[in-house]
Design a binder for this molecule. Structure first.
Ligand SMILES: *Cc1c(COP(=O)(O)O)cnc(C)c1O
Length: 405
C-alpha cells in the first residue's frame, strides 16, 4: 500500500512544496503526524487557525448547525446570515457585507465593487477604471488577482492578464499620490504584507494613504484577510493607525480554522452598487458558515485575541531579537506575527524550517529568506519560551556547521 505521502505526491498537483510530514490530528496549538509525533504549529495555516485547532466552541457550533441546516443558497433568507453580518459590521464599523468563501473570492468581490462604484458613483468613463495596488502584494490566485501581482512566478504563462491595475511602491504614500488619476477607483492594500514576507510599512503610511484617497475621491480598500481579527495585535491592522477603510476584506480566521469563510465589508454607498444579478456565490453566506463565523468572532472578542496577540507578540519579538547569530539579518513583526529574515549567503529559511520540524515545530518559509512565526492566538507564554529555545538551538547548530565546513 502506498503511503499518504506518496499518494499525495502522485495524485495532487504539485502547486506547493510541503514539508515532508503527514498530519493526521490537531488540538489547540499542536498537530500530530501519522507516526504520533507532536508538533507546535507556528504556521496556523497562514493565520486561518488563529483559534487553534478544533476550538471546542467552534466544533460545537459546527456540529449543532450541521444537524439543523447547512446549505440553502442565497435564493432564500436564513436565520443565521443577518446576525453574522451584523456582528461583523458592528465589530469593524462598516455598514454592509457581502459573504463569500475564500479570500481570493472576497478580493474579486472588492475589485468588482470598486470598478462599479467608479462608474456609477464617481463617474469614470466606461471601461477606464483603474485600481492601484502595491509592490510585493499578495491578494490571492485568481486570474485577475495574479494580473496585478509583481511576482513573476505567480503570473508566468497564465496570460493574457486582466488590465486596469497599476503597481506602486509599498510604503511610499507619495508614489500613491502620483499614480492617482481621474480614472482611479480604488487603492487596494494590505496594511501589513503577509506573503510579501511580514513587511510592516513606515509609521503613518496607512493614515497618509487614507487622506490621499479621501482628498482624491478614491476608495481605500484594506485586504485584512491575513492581518485582521487580532493577528497583528489589534482587532484590525488598520486600527494601529486609527484608519477606517472604505472597504475591508476578511477571510482566513473568520472561519475559525474550520471552514472557508470570507467577506467584503464596506460603507453603504459602495455596497449598494450590487443589485440582484450582479454578483453571487452558491456557498457564500450559507448558514453553516455563518454559524461558525458568529462563534469565531465571539471567541475572538471574548478570549481577547487582539490583546493576547499584542502582549505575547511583543514578548515573542523581543525574545527572538535577542538571538545572536550572523544568520539572522532582521527580525520584524506585529503581534503574534513575526518574520525572521535570514542572510541568504549563510543559510536558507527552508533549512531552518526543516530543522525546526525535527524538533517538533512546524512552520514554513516565505520568499526563501523569511521564517514565519505565527502561532494560534491561544498560545501560552511557556509555549513561546519553548519555541524560542528551539529556534535558538537550530540557529546555533547551523552557525556551528557553517564554521566547521
Ligand atoms: C491568504 C490571502 C489571500 C487569499 O486567500 P485565499 O483564501 O487563499 O484565497 C488574500 N489576501 C491576503 C492578504 C492573504 O493573506
Amino acid at each position: 500500500m502506498k503511503s499518504s505521502y506518496d499518494l499525495e505526491n502522485q495524485y495532487c498537483a504539485h502547486n506547493y512544496h510541503p514539508l515532508p510530514v503527514v498530519l493526521v490530528r490537531g488540538k489547540g496549538v499542536y498537530v500530530w503526524d501519522d507516526r504520533g509525533r507532536k508538533y507546535m504549529d507556528l504556521m496556523s495555516a497562514y493565520s486561518a487557525v488563529s483559534h487553534g485547532h478544533g476550538h471546542p466552541r467552534l466544533v460545537a457550533a459546527l456540529n449543532k448547525q450541521a444537524e439543523i441546516l447547512s446549505i440553502v443558497s442565497r435564493a432564500f433568507y436564513t436565520d443565521k446570515l443577518g446576525s453574522f453580518l451584523q456582528l461583523a459590521c458592528n465589530l469593524t464599523g462598516q455598514d454592509m457585507a457581502l459573504p463569500m468563501n475564500t479570500g481570493a473570492e472576497a478580493v474579486e468581490t472588492a475589485v468588482k465593487a470598486a470598478r462599479r462604484w467608479g462608474y456609477e458613483i464617481k463617474g469614470i468613463p466606461e471601461n477606464k477604471a483603474e485600481i492601484i495596488v502595491c509592490t510585493g502584494n499578495f491578494h490571492g490566485r485568481t486570474t485577475t488577482i495574479i494580473s496585478f501581482s509583481d511576482e513573476d512566478e505567480y503570473q508566468k504563462n497564465f496570460g493574457p492578464l486582466t488590465p486596469g491595475f497599476k503597481v506602486v511602491t509599498y510604503g511610499d504614500s507619495d508614489a500613491l499620490a502620483d499614480a492617482i488619476t481621474a480614472n482611479t477607483a480604488a487603492f487596494l492594500v494590505e496594511p501589513m504584507q503577509g506573503e510579501g514576507g511580514i513587511i510592516i510599512p513606515p509609521d503613518g503610511y496607512l493614515k497618509r494613504c487614507h487622506k490621499i484617497c479621501r482628498d482624491k475621491n478614491v476608495l481605500l480598500i484594506a485586504d485584512e484577510i491575513q492581518t485582521g481579527l487580532g493577528r497583528t495585535g489589534k482587532f484590525l491592522a488598520c486600527d494601529h493607525e486609527n484608519v477606517k477603510p472604505d472597504a475591508l476584506i476578511l477571510g482566513k480566521a473568520l472561519g475559525g480554522g474550520i471552514l472557508p469563510v470570507s467577506m467584503l465589508l464596506a460603507k453603504k454607498e459602495v455596497m449598494e452598487i450590487f443589485v440582484p444579478g450582479t454578483h453571487g456565490s452558491t456557498f457564500g453566506g450559507n448558514p453553516l458558515a455563518a454559524a461558525v463565523g458568529i462563534e469565531a468572532l465571539n471567541v475572538i472578542v471574548e478570549e481577547q485575541f487582539a490583546k493576547r496577540s499584542y502582549e505575547l507578540g511583543e514578548y515573542l519579538l523581543n525574545e527572538v531579537a535577542k538571538i545572536e547569530s550572523p544568520l539572522i539579518a532582521e527580525v520584524r513583526g506585529s503581534g503574534l506575527w513575526v518574520g525572521i529574515e535570514v542572510d541568504p549567503t549563510l543559510g536558507s529559511a527552508r533549512e531552518i524550517c526543516e530543522r525546526l520540524m525535527g524538533r517538533g515545530i512546524l512552520t514554513k518559509e516565505t520568499h526563501e529568506t523569511v521564517v514565519r512565526l505565527a502561532p494560534p492566538l491561544i498560545v501560552e507564554q511557556e509555549e513561546i519560551d519553548w519555541a524560542v529555545s528551539q529556534i535558538k538551538e537550530v540557529v546555533a547548530e547551523m552557525d556551528k556547521l557553517r564554521l566547521a565546513s
